[in-house]
Design a protein around this ligand. Sequence first.
Ligand code: FE2
Ligand code: FE2
Length: 278
Amino acid sequence: MASKTPIPIRVRRMDYDIPRIPRYWYRGNAWTTHFMNALSTTFPDGERFFIHAVRNYEKQIRDPELLAQMRAFIGQEANHGKEHEAFNQALIDQHKLPLTSKIGFMKKALSYAKKRYSPREQLALTVGFEHFTAILANLMLEQADVIENLDAMYGDMFMWHAVEETEHKSVAFDVFQEVDGDYWLRVRGMAQATFFFMLITVRMQYSLLKHDGKLTDWRGALGFAKFMLLKPGMLTRIIPEYLDFYRPGFHPWQHDNRALIEKYVEELSPHELHAQAA
Ligand SMILES: [Fe+2]
Ligand SMILES: [Fe+2]
């Protein structure tokens, strides 16, 4: 049974050039675009929270391999935050989207979480969020045409993010197992992560649609329903892998999807800062 990361975790610097972004950059669909914008808005501060939660345990980890993976995890998440921050800023500058208040909300909520939750609870929450991002990333990689053929850089950015979420998908989990391993805490962390993830993205998407007067755009809503339920099925097709997390013997690499990222790892190689041996 796989128990640790079986592939290298590579840290890459991307520096995407951000072009003029169409207001509804996801195939002209306001609902799906604002769903993706909501995700992007949560990333930078969310990922800084994950870094904080994992870094708390750096001194307790003795296994040099896992330590190196933790550092690669931190490097990757920091770069994701940086690129999504630039993208979010472009949405603010170019379209006057009201993201500043939402980013402010994320900062406040997460600094509250740091006070409210103990380090082990923060780590369990991170493990839950990381499983979420891993299964969403897997879906994007499996149905790459959903993202790949988008114009300009957003397709590339989301794809690069999906590849790296896959590479480091078990790092927080392995740290948790090493320092704690309490099954019920892991389950509770996932349940809470699910609740916050749904609440925050749906709330942000709703507010952006309202801001644009697009809540009654039925064609957009229908397209978004298809996106969530059928292709790629962001809500429906992740259910089996989501539920797997609740098995006591679960490990993220039991879903061995490394073949899905091979092609992209090759394409992304010029951006590598260093390769982290598995
Ligand atoms: Fe990330
Ligand atoms: Fe991640």
